[in-house]
Design a protein around this ligand. Structure first.
Ligand code: ADP
Ligand code: MG
Length: 360
């Protein structure tokens, strides 16, 4: 089911100050996708989710879920939360510790007065789906963190919602469990084929889970796209910087040549992926650390740059090297078995396809 948000704003008044949590947000969330709202803490993600769910009334705008207008300021429409046909998963601890698994999952059906045998059947089916079959009588607190998260998912799914919404559901799990649960969640959602709206501030989670990512900042949607598009081909400096580690280098456009946009910067003259930018304009060159491939001695090809390794940190799957090139200090990711030490003279050739230009 598609969700359409049109001109939605939300302001809060607190301690004599006005906070614009949502600033004229217009957004279409396509049907049957995993759609992620990604942005730093305080940018308005939860507020937007709460407006979709109906826990918060926007000051302006309209929200449609499928063909139904669930909120309109102008038409004075506000469909109550329980009539919007949605399921929600919050951060962990969203399950009720004093109840067993069955009662946690059955709750949304029980409040709808669904017949007892139907409840039993639906709970069993949903628990099987999240691979917790036979756990009905288990006290919720006797489950692992990952299992508790699956109970929360089962509870959100049991009433067969048209849309499921998640607000940072993995943020209370430790790193390893978070990774496993993320993979499981991706598999569950792929099987379900319903619209999923997922809120997180964790870029890795967004990249790993989403079909589409919307990047938010200060109550606004900055950019929307598929994970790879956002990572490799961002339009905004904020987005390029937020979605991955990036070297951001001040540059000036020199012109076009051989299908590339040529810039002058602290690394020299660099041929970049073509972008329409006026000659002479100040821009930012974005280089991902994994595309700075250091070699001892002289590198060959286009965009050859020479420098010196200023520091080297072993992080397991790679070395993170800081490479000094004139006034620029670049972060490079290199092979753990590369035979390079601190102080070494190095060079590298930058593939123009990975030299991304951004308007300042
Ligand atoms: P996020 O989920 O992206 O961290 P939120 O949507 O929770 O951001 O908050 C957006 C902004 O609105 C923040 O500045 C937050 O402090 C403010 N805010 C959210 N809810 C309230 C509220 N009930 N009263 C006052 N300010 C709020
Ligand atoms: Mg939040």
């Amino acid at each position: 089911m598609e969700i359409r948000i049109q001109g939605v704003s939300k302001r809060y008044f607190s301690a004599g100050k006005t906070i614009t949590a949502l600033d004229n947000v217009t957004l279409t969330i396509p049907a049957n996708q995993i759609f992620t709202l990604l942005g730093p803490s305080g940018c308005g993600k939860t507020t937007l989710l709460r407006c979709i769910v109906g826990l918060e009334a926007p000051d302006t705008g309209e929200i449609m879920i499928g063909d139904e207008l669930v909120f309109s300021k102008d038409k004075n429409i506000s469909v109550p939360t329980e009539k919007r046909g949605l399921g929600m998963v919050f951060q962990t601890y969203a399950i009720w510790p004093h109840m067993n698994v069955f009662n946690n999952v059955a709750y949304p059906l029980q409040i709808r007065n669904v017949a007892k045998d139907v409840v039993r059947e639906r709970v069993a089916k949903t628990l099987a789906f999240v691979r917790l079959e036979g756990m009905e009588q288990r006290p919720a607190t006797k489950l692992s963190g990952g299992q508790q998260q699956r109970v929360a998912l089962a509870r959100a799914l049991v009433a067969e919602p048209k849309v499921i919404l998640f607000d940072e559901p993995l943020s209370n799990l430790d790193a390893k469990l978070r990774e496993e649960t993320r993979k499981e969640l991706r598999a569950f959602l792929a099987k379900l084929k319903i619209t999923a709206v997922y809120v997180t501030h964790d870029r890795i989670e967004a990249l790993a889970l989403s079909d589409t990512i919307a990047i938010m900042r200060d109550g606004k949607i900055i950019e929307v796209g598929a994970p790879k598009r956002i990572y490799f081909d961002a339009q905004h400096r904020f987005v390029a910087d937020f979605i991955g580690r990036a070297n951001l280098i001040q540059a000036r456009v020199r012109g076009e040549e051989g299908g590339h946009t040529i810039v002058d910067c602290g690394l020299g003259t660099i041929a970049c992926e073509r972008r329409d930018m006026p000659v002479g304009s100040e821009v930012t060159l974005c280089l991902r650390p994994e595309f700075i491939r250091l070699a001892r001695g002289a590198a060959h090809g286009t965009n050859v740059v020479s420098g010196r390794v200023e520091s080297l940190v072993f992080v397991g799957e790679a070395y993170e090297a800081e490479v000094r090139v004139g006034n620029e200090l670049l972060l490079a990711k290199i092979d753990p078995d590369a035979n390079i030490e601190e102080g070494a003279a190095v060079s590298f050739a930058l593939d123009p396809a990975h030299c991304l230009l951004l308007a300042i």
